[in-house]
Design a binder for this molecule. Structure first.
Ligand code: MG
Length: 407
């Protein structure tokens, strides 16, 4: 068998394009027709949208026999005759060689719309063109819970494209992720998530505070931390101190009150089926994250631990504090334990204390985050569904559903 060689650029080739109502057997029938001319297939692309097939095949031009039979003219007549017989439109365009090579600088641009309007596509496409980029391919990743489409773009530096589209995304209030196609994006090996307001909809300390009747004081400390008057560790100690004396039975109540973010189970289940390990790191408490780890089958979990003595919370935490630096440190530790390079990790979080972790990961996703976090992350999701992160990783809804059907 001959080894495959690229088609020389001066070799005559034909683009055969057919369009029309799809039905079973069309592709086989077209290629049986072409096979009669002994042509080689260089490229094929086929899509079906609402029962309409578009099939493009780039093939070598046939060589005419001694009597001039079996040449390009006969192929054209035969394919058009075939198309008519199956009520399709056909177009055959002569040229030479393969498709021109895609430009240097290749990116995947994922756009999440809820709804995805024509205005959004117009603006994103215009902005891509404005950077000198070329849209090579567009396809739908998902229709649920949002409409997600992916553009494959070449000819522009990924960072430049990301900057250009970030402005457009903010103006349109739509989520746009731009990633280098060189990244092994489709195969994340470890995903690490924040817990409060990311994996779950709640802030666990506030749930405890409600039982202790000190919600307002806790909120005041949180606000002071947000204003930069306290660092995370100081604010953690100050808030936990307000819980002193609380009966430990409250722990079970809080565990029961925690509400998972929509799409959390789908995200974790799909990642695990793809062979990816999943962990959580939290500035909250192991009393809650350990239960989440068991409930969701997480590979890793780390958080602060509320000290409990004689059945009551002491108002202190024990062990190492999980703060902003601690979260990044834990991501690295989980990656080392899983044997995964940092470039193959994804981190998801919403708060300022997630920033180091988002930066340390191969791909950092800000999830319904504060503007500061959104701007610093590789990409941002503003819709309230955690499973949309899968689409940013290039995983389609069909793949999610196929994985679900398997089990
Ligand atoms: Mg959070």
């Amino acid at each position: 068998m001959k080894s495959a060689q690229p088609v020389p650029q001066d070799v005559p080739t034909l683009l055969v394009k057919i369009f029309g109502k799809d039905r079973p057997g069309l592709t086989a029938s077209l290629f049986q027709t072409l096979a009669g001319f002994g042509v080689d297939v260089i490229d094929i692309e086929q899509v079906v949208t609402r029962g309409r097939i578009t099939l493009c095949a780039l093939v070598t031009a046939p060589t005419a026999g001694p009597a001039g039979s079996g040449g390009e003219g006969e192929l054209r007549a035969t394919v058009h005759g075939w198309a008519e017989s199956v009520r399709l439109q056909a177009e055959i365009i002569s040229g030479t060689g393969d498709n021109p090579a895609r430009g240097v600088g290749r990116s995947h641009v994922t756009v999440l719309g809820n709804p995805l309007t024509a205005e959004i596509i117009a603006a994103i496409a215009a902005r891509i063109t404005g950077t000198g980029g070329n849209i090579d391919r567009i396809f739908r990743l998902a229709k649920y819970p949002v409409t997600a489409v992916e553009f494959d773009v070449s000819g522009v530096d990924t960072a430049e494209l990301r900057t250009a589209l970030a402005t457009e995304a903010a103006a349109l209030a739509v989520d746009v992720a731009v990633v280098d196609s060189g990244l092994a994006r489709r195969a994340p090996r470890l995903v690490v998530m924040d817990v409060d307001s990311t994996l779950i909809q709640d802030e666990v300390i506030e749930l405890f505070a409600a039982h202790a009747g000190c919600e307002e004081q806790v909120a005041a400390v949180t606000a002071a931390a947000m204003r930069g008057e306290l660092d995370f560790e100081q604010s953690l100690h100050a808030r936990v101190a307000l819980l002193a004396g609380l009966d430990e039975s409250v722990v079970d109540k809080v565990r029961a009150e925690v509400r998972l973010t929509p799409g959390a189970r789908t995200l974790i289940r799909t990642l695990k089926r793809l062979g990816c390990q999943v962990g959580v790191v939290s500035g909250g408490f192991t009393q809650v994250t350990d239960a989440l780890q068991e409930r969701l089958g997480l590979d890793f979990a780390a958080a602060n631990t509320l000290e409990i003595v004689d059945g009551r919370l002491t108002g202190r935490v024990t062990g190492d504090i999980v703060d902003r630096a601690g979260k990044a440190r834990l991501l690295r530790a989980f990656a080392a334990e899983a044997g995964v390079p940092l470039s193959r990790t994804v981190a998801i979080g919403d708060g300022a204390n997630d920033l180091d972790m988002l930066n340390a990961a191969g791909f950092g996703v800000a999830f319904n985050a504060k503007p500061l976090v959104r701007e610093a992350a590789d990409t941002a999701v503003t819709v309230p569904f955690l499973d949309t992160v899968l689409y940013l990783l290039g995983i389609t809804r069909e793949e999610v559903e196929a994985a679900d059907a398997e089990s």
